[in-house]
Design a protein around this ligand. Sequence first.
Ligand SMILES: Nc1nc2c(ncn2[C@@H]2O[C@H](COP(=O)(O)OP(=O)(O)O)[C@@H](O)[C@H]2O)c(=O)[nH]1
Ligand SMILES: [Mg+2]
Length: 164
Amino acid sequence: MKKLFLMGRSEAGKTTLSQVLQGEEIHYEKTQVTSAGEHFIDTPGEYAESKQFSVGLACFSFEADVVAIVQAADEPYSLFGPSLQSCILRPLIGIITKTDSPYANVPMIRQWMINAGCERIFEVNNLTREGASELLEYLKEDLPKISMEELKRRQRLGLSEWNR
Ligand SMILES: Nc1nc2c(ncn2[C@@H]2O[C@H](COP(=O)(O)OP(=O)(O)O)[C@@H](O)[C@H]2O)c(=O)[nH]1
Ligand SMILES: [Mg+2]
């Protein structure tokens, strides 16, 4: 199973999503520090919201197999700029939460995620758990293992390590 790194603003639904993906009951818990479990790394929203703390995101992302931007469907602006993927050495995916919000604008969030370079985008309603199974299906597959020689060959060609 791929280890998932969750980053996004406070209240985006990261902690609830990690509870949903682990089959737990949903309970509110303020994320005070980065919490690294076996399959998930949950981060405080403040890390994504501040230039100083965002360094913490960069450090912890190296512990994961895949990095996810988590954005609620009703967020008014994006914290993540275009081409974000180019400075992350992991596959980047987007997860849109709160698709049930009356203010949801899923196409706009999708466009931000495409601009950031997300290779996959998932939509999840944490309250009904709708969409969680597609994400779990994606996470179930391990990333392909490659040799050091293959890694160097890909780096010379400017290819990513994980794409076949
Ligand atoms: N309506 C709705 N509320 C959600 C959803 N996901 C999370 N929430 C609520 O949003 C609030 C913040 O969620 P939380 O997971 O703590 O956000 P975090 O700061 O990103 O970890 C909580 O009150 C959750 O119950 C969702 O998909 N739909
Ligand atoms: Mg949290």
